[in-house]
Design a protein around this ligand. Structure first.
Ligand code: FRU
Length: 545
């Protein structure tokens, strides 16, 4: 038999949801049992999973089988692209951001493949188009000339193949002359126990728009690692390539795995790194790597580490460590610090601009949380503001990218005695100086507000969204600040978010903030000074035009 004849027996490609080939089996997941031929009905059938199982021994020609697997993957992908076309139009929603990236429908999570390639920026994101839940992920694709206005492009990758049919998971891009390479994790689930299988895969494009899957380039797990092994980041180190992966060791400790390669196709395991950090969570996700001012850094998303204070109850953290790459390529890690002290910042990715700046974008959301007010209208989550990272005098500094200033329009001018003001918009930027003990309320209406207050005794900043429409996640974040006469804030606001850059970028706090439509007031006490402010224009919406 051939794979194509099996597909025919299973009712044809329109009856096939996915093909899986764990060990020596061929599993065909179908829509309707009745469409199976009499021959196919004789095979083992799992009613719950709607899966017909053949043994690979029925295949007569293995070379032809490999080619037909790719062909079938392509046909499933064509079908998936047709099916999602109804989900690329944005649904109307009062919480829809004016200038942040959000999905037209369904669920967005990690930014992926963030890169400058052939004259423009490319940004992909994890997307489940059909509902606000975490299921088989796609890679949505956006491009931009300025990092502010984004254009929708054809979906780059769909979960269509035997190695990624339960999710084209996160990964990074590499620009090699005309070739745009996407390294990602192929995720599959086998059997009723949904056993996870992960491989690291490659897809390539010569026009930057259409991608061809090359299949797994790292088909195996690193030694001593569970199938929680994902999110490849590829970097150049000396005369070879390194691939960094977030992994869980078999004793349920999070670590970083490193592979090396000469040609980006054949990869050899090198080391598990991170023992210097000790027992530091049960899994590390989404590594990134970059150098700032001669210091190498690695970004990790450790899950299950101790939280900095009682109000922080979420297991999923984001952070950055200093890295020392030994000649062997092994990384020594130290000095973990959080990248963002707010509620919603996870799985960041960065790129280098042609003028040498390091720009980062992250998921403004967290794993597990899906019950947010926008989900009532069929979409959930968004990406953060793009921020520029630098490393100055031993400190990591993060500032909104300068390109965002192009969105500024009407200046916000307040007279000396005004302490409450209606901006009639939630899209604005404010530069504020707050003295210790002062309180600033944003997104305020008769029914609620979001508050920033400076506690002078504790020398802490409290970011409090308990009087907003938030339904899931923490409602208070706190941050200890160094002693100073006042605290400088740069606040970026959009329809359902507030991002606060503190003391010239020494710390950042990002938050989704849901409030009612007319929550456009600002109020503060006499110890808050609004130094400058602007209403912000809408950016080009990142949807099918
Ligand atoms: C992080 C993450 C990644 C994974 C992806 C799946 O949010 O769990 O580790 O690749 O999301 O969508």
């Amino acid at each position: 038999m051939s794979l194509l004849s099996i597909i025919k027996d299973c009712g044809g490609i329109h009856n096939v949801l996915r093909v899986l080939i764990p060990d020596s089996r061929i599993i065909i997941e179908i829509h309707e049992f009745e469409l199976l031929s009499a021959e196919a009905k004789k095979q083992a059938y799992n009613l719950t999973l709607k899966q017909v199982t053949y043994q690979q021994t029925v295949i007569e020609n293995m070379n032809e089988f490999a080619a037909q697997l790719l062909q079938v993957g392509q046909l499933i992908s064509d079908q998936q692209r047709q099916d999602i076309s109804a989900y690329t139009a944005p649904v109307e929603c009062e919480f829809r951001p004016d200038w942040h990236i959000s999905p037209p429908q369904g669920l967005l999570n990690d930014p992926n493949g963030f890169i400058y390639h052939q004259g423009q920026y490319h940004l992909f994101y994890q997307w489940y188009p059909y509902a606000c839940v975490h299921k088989d992920k796609y890679w949505a694709h956006l491009t931009s000339k300025d990092l502010v206005n984004w254009q929708w492009q054809p979906v780059a990758l769909t979960p269509s193949d035997w190695f990624d049919s339960h999710g084209v998971f996160s990964g990074h891009a590499l620009s090699q002359d005309d070739l745009l390479m996407l390294f990602y994790t192929g995720n599959t689930r086998i059997g009723e126990q949904r056993d996870r299988h992960t491989t690291q895969c490659l897809a390539t494009s010569t026009d930057g728009l259409h991608f061809t899957k090359q299949g797994p380039v790292v088909p195996e797990l690193p030694p001593g690692v569970t199938p929680h092994c994902r999110d490849p980041k590829v970097i150049r180190h000396n005369d070879r390539w390194l691939m960094l992966l977030g992994v869980q060791r078999e004793d349920e400790i999070g670590r970083l795995a490193i592979y090396h390669s000469k040609d980006l196709k054949t990869w050899t395991f090198m080391a598990l790194c991170g023992d210097e950090l000790g027992d530091f969570g049960y899994m590390w996700e989404c590594p990134d790597f970059f150098t700032l001012n001669k210091q190498d850094f690695i970004v990790i998303g450790p899950q299950g580490i101790n939280s900095p204070d009682k109000s922080h109850t979420i297991a999923h953290h984001n952070g950055i460590v200093k890295a020392k790459l030994e000649t062997s390529g092994k990384a020594l890690l130290s000095d973990f610090q959080h990248l963002d002290h707010g509620f919603d910042f996870y799985a960041p990715q960065s790129l280098q601009t042609p003028d040498g700046r390091r720009i980062m974008s992250a998921w403004m959301g967290l794993p597990d949380e899906i019950d947010h007010p926008s989900a009532d209208n069929g979409w959930v989550h968004q990406l953060t503001t793009m921020r520029e990272l630098s490393y100055e005098n031993g400190a990591l500094i993060q500032k909104p990218i300068k390109e965002l200033q192009t969105l500024r329009h009407t200046p916000i001018v307040l007279s000396e005695d005004e302490t409450c003001f209606d901006l009639h918009s939630k899209a604005f930027e404010l530069q504020v100086s707050m003295q210790w003990g002062s309180v600033l309320r944003l997104h305020q209406s008769e029914s609620g507000y979001c508050e920033i207050r400076l506690d002078s005794a504790a020398r802490r900043l409290y970011f409090d969204r308990s009087n907003t429409l938030i339904r899931e996640g923490d409602s208070v974040r706190e941050l200890a600040l160094p002693d100073s006469a006042s605290v400088q804030l740069q606040i970026l606001s959009d329809s359902s978010s507030l991002e606060v850059f503190i003391n010239e970028g020494e710390a950042v706090m990002s938050a989704r903030v849901f409030s009612d439509k007319n929550a456009t007031q600002l109020s503060f006490d006499g110890n808050v000074k609004i130094q400058a402010g602007w209403l912000l224009n809408k950016a080009t919406a990142p949807f099918v035009s």
